[in-house]
Design a binder for this molecule. Structure first.
Ligand SMILES: [Zn+2]
Length: 134
């Protein structure tokens, strides 16, 4: 099972963007990771729908443009959720429920086919009506 996004420390590009001057479209920031050291993260911007900029981080691991970078427990760097293989709690819950539902359906189908097989065997064993008459 994947570690959860919700359990990892994270930095949000939008929050970091507020620290950059308004006229600066891109830049690099330094993050201090306790016990590890300094990590540089590239911030870029795209035009916002209502003016201004939308800020994005460039994942140091895969160069994806992402809104958030994560540092899971025991992690060594802020990276995107794909690089850290993080999943969302809701997604995992959905997957778990889907698996449970599939198991339930499978069990029901197996029970039904066992019952059908039992009936079929009974019908085969049953003497034919004309045989009884004689
Ligand atoms: Zn990445």
């Amino acid at each position: 099972m994947k570690s959860l996004v919700e359990c990892a420390d994270s930095i949000n590009a939008r929050d970091i963007g507020r620290a950059l001057p308004d006229n600066l479209e891109s830049g690099r920031i330094e993050l201090e990771i306790s016990g590890i050291g300094i990590q540089e993260v590239e911030i870029i911007s795209t035009p916002g729908q209502y003016g201004g900029f939308l800020r994005w981080c460039i994942c140091p691991g895969c160069s994806r443009r992402v809104g958030k970078l994560y540092l899971p427990t025991g992690g060594y760097a802020f990276l995107c959720r794909y690089c850290h293989n993080l999943g969302y709690r809701q997604q995992q819950l959905r997957d778990f429920r889907k698996t449970q539902y599939e198991k339930k359906i499978k069990t029901k189908l197996e029970k039904r086919s066992k019952e059908q097989l039992r009936i079929l065997k009974e019908l085969i064993r049953m003497p034919k009506a004309k045989d009884k008459v004689e």
